[in-house]
Design a protein. Structure first.
Length: 81
């Protein structure tokens, strides 16, 4: 986490697979990895990933993480159309 991928000791990024908040606009996403210097986030339930500077990413609080997980579970349970 702290210092991961050479980001320096003051940048702490949530672990891959966890939910995080993009502080620039408040979006919640699951951390999927890195793209160059950026953290990759995917919206709960699917959709296009987006890049976020590591200094703008923080762990999602428990309530937001739970809401995001419920969104994913509901999306997985939908029947094909």
């Amino acid at each position: 986490m702290a210092g991961e991928r050479g980001r320096g000791p003051n940048v702490s990024v949530p672990e891959r697979g966890s939910f995080a908040v993009d502080e620039r606009d408040g979006r919640v996403g699951r951390v999927t990895g890195w793209a160059g210097p950026y953290v990759r986030l995917r919206p709960p339930g699917g959709g296009p990933e987006w890049d976020c500077p590591p200094e703008s990413v923080r762990p999602a609080p428990p309530g937001l993480a739970l809401r995001a997980r419920v969104t994913e579970i509901n999306r997985q349970g939908q029947l094909p159309r």
